[in-house]
Design a protein around this ligand. Structure first.
Ligand SMILES: O=C(O)CCC(=O)C(=O)O
Ligand SMILES: [Fe+2]
Length: 305
């Protein structure tokens, strides 16, 4: 996958030589074969379905997100709004106001081909988390390597994250990458993968705030995606995403993103799906009409670490 410039994550250059970096494997050829998709997930920890979603619906959702970003002054108006050229680098990188109460986005994430896919992949009926993570990644930004389980592990582990580019996301825009084979790293799953970002160690009273948790880096395994890759000897996989592509993966699949090195705000969402009859992590669903509590005092647990 030729990149025209050095790719970085958190400013640290990624090794993109063959054998260390590669293309996501497309599962488009087995998209209608549910058993084959389940096997692929089991073996590779992710399923990548280029062109699976409706492109028009994606652009309608993008238009709405761009309208909101423009209303908050985050888009440079000298360019077409839909291009989402950043007005500055100070944008909030993770914004609820973009993902919530957004019917155009909900149509992509919680209806149509996405829900039909998860119904057959998981065996229906399915439920999704009520909280939608919307990423408006400004130039310079990226996400450090993590397993999602540390943020949402209080319910079933048969939970899947869908990463959906809301528009094209080229290498320059800072796409997601997944670590090949990381879903089979049993020691890492048992150690890091058994932690919970909102659990505080009651036996460490001398430490302040997040330093009293097992995951002081707010859930990240490390901030250095390049060194992690070298230590594990596995490959980071990504691609030049197009609007309509879908990537979904397990709670124990390491992923991170490449720095956004372009002028555009990188727009994507992550949403979560599980069987409706399995236990749910109550931080991420609305209970009695109240919005999800997310992280914070209501989600806090204490334990001896
Ligand atoms: O889009 C990103 O930068 C991170 C996404 C992510 O962590 C996820 O989809 O779970
Ligand atoms: Fe994640």
């Amino acid at each position: 996958m030729p990149a025209s410039h050095a790719l970085t994550s958190r400013g640290i250059e990624l090794d993109t030589s063959a054998g260390t970096f590669g293309e996501l494997r497309s599962s488009a050829d087995i998209a209608d074969d549910t058993t084959a998709l389940q096997d692929r997930m089991e073996q590779e920890g992710y399923v990548y379905l280029p062109g699976f979603l409706n492109r028009d619906d994606i652009f309608t959702a993008r238009q709405e997100v761009c309208r909101r970003l423009d209303a908050s002054g985050d888009i440079d108006r000298r360019y077409p709004l839909i291009d989402a050229i950043a007005a500055s680098e100070s944008l909030s990188r993770f914004s609820e106001t973009l993902g919530n109460d957004n019917p155009q986005l909900a149509r992509v994430l919680y209806d149509g081909p996405m829900i039909s896919l998860f119904e057959r992949f998981l065996g229906d009926p399915v439920r999704h988390f009520d909280y939608t993570w919307f990423r408006a990644m400004a130039p310079g930004g990226s996400t450090p390597p993590h397993y999602d389980i540390v943020y949402m592990g209080r319910g079933t582990k048969r939970l899947y994250t869908a990463w959906t580019p809301i528009g094209d996301v080229s290498l320059e825009d800072g796409p997601l990458m997944v670590m090949e084979g990381s879903n089979h790293l049993e020691r890492l799953k048992q150690r890091y993968g058994s932690r919970d970002v909102d659990t505080y160690c009651s036996n460490r009273p001398h430490l302040e705030g997040r330093r009293r948790t097992q995951l002081p880096t707010f859930g990240a395994l490390t901030l250095d995606a390049a060194r992690l890759r070298a230590n594990l000897g596995l490959r980071w996989l990504t691609t030049e995403f197009k609007a309509g592509d879908l990537l979904f993966f397990t709670m124990f699949t390491l992923h991170a993103s490449i720095d956004n090195q372009g002028p555009r705000i990188r727009l994507s969402s992550d949403s979560r799906y599980q069987r409706a009859d399995e236990p749910v992590d109550d931080r991420w669903v609305s209970i009695d009409g109240r919005p999800p509590v997310k992280h914070g005092d209501e989600a806090r647990r204490e334990m001896i670490c």
